[in-house]
Design a protein around this ligand. Structure first.
Ligand SMILES: Cc1ncc(COP(=O)(O)OP(=O)(O)O)c(N)n1
Ligand SMILES: Cc1ncsc1CCOP(=O)(O)O
Ligand SMILES: [Mg+2]
Length: 214
């Protein structure tokens, strides 16, 4: 994917694993979210009750297939080996994960997303060859227990002012009511977990988010 295609794919990015689905079948949740208009998906099987080993691989393979059927880029959180096993389109890594430059070198064909919390981390990720940045938490989140302090959309504006032109997505506590502020600050899109996975109708929630952040 070229830079413009990545920018477009970041518009409404669902990040999810089975622990986020409150007992619902993650395959059904993803199907509904795709019907609602998500444009990118990240398999993030993390937190209490997360699947391990073969069960994780099997779920990842089902979600991967669903994304391929609908032309949705499929990204894996953290795990390079899993990304290769699932023939993912990309990987997302954070500041505590493997160094971005090493991942870029090992996985030259993949989209590499990197979490950045300030302009210095954003420039370092850009220099390391990142394809996009995830910037957060934008707002308070209950989904990631080890999240850093809230940055707010102002951090995205600061990165843009500092000359960071990479495709960029906001993440953390984003819903249909606040996603517009994230886009207006300079993001190409929003990444969400609970606003879709915990909604009574993930399809309607995705459609509402898409409408609100266009
Ligand atoms: C799109 C996107 N942005 C940020 C993150 C957070 O990644 P990280 O800091 O590595 O934390 P974990 O998700 O691994 O707990 C993300 N996953 N996706
Ligand atoms: C993975 C991640 N990285 C920063 S905040 C976050 C969790 C976002 O979840 P939610 O959209 O439910 O606040
Ligand atoms: Mg990580």
């Amino acid at each position: 994917m070229n830079e413009q295609q990545i920018r477009q794919a970041l518009r409404l990015y669902l990040v999810m694993g089975s622990p986020n689905c409150g007992g619902a079948d993650p395959v059904r949740v993803l199907e509904a979210a795709i019907a609602g208009g998500i444009t990118m998906f990240q398999f993030r099987e993390k937190g209490a009750g997360a699947l391990q080993g073969q069960a994780r691989l099997a779920l990842g393979a089902r979600l991967r297939r669903l994304c391929a059927q609908h032309g949705i880029p499929f990204i894996v959180d953290d795990d390079e080996r899993l990304a290769l096993e699932l023939a993912a389109d990309g990987i997302h890594i954070g500041q505590e994960d493997a160094p971005a430059a090493a991942v870029r070198e090992r996985l030259p064909q993949m989209i590499v997303g990197v979490s950045a919390h300030d302009p210095a981390e954003a420039s370092a990720a850009m220099a390391a060859g990142a394809d996009y940045l995830g910037v957060g938490p934008q707002y308070a989140t209950r989904t990631k227990l080890d999240a850093r302090e809230v940055r707010g959309p102002a951090m995205i504006a600061r990165m843009r002012e500092a000359g960071i032109r990479l495709p960029l997505v906001g993440i953390g506590g984003i819903d249909a009511g606040n996603c517009g502020a994230v886009i207006r600050a300079g993001a190409d899109g929003v990444a969400v977990v609970s606003a879709i996975t915990e909604a009574r109708s993930p399809q309607e929630a995705a459609a509402r988010l898409l409408g609100a952040c266009l």
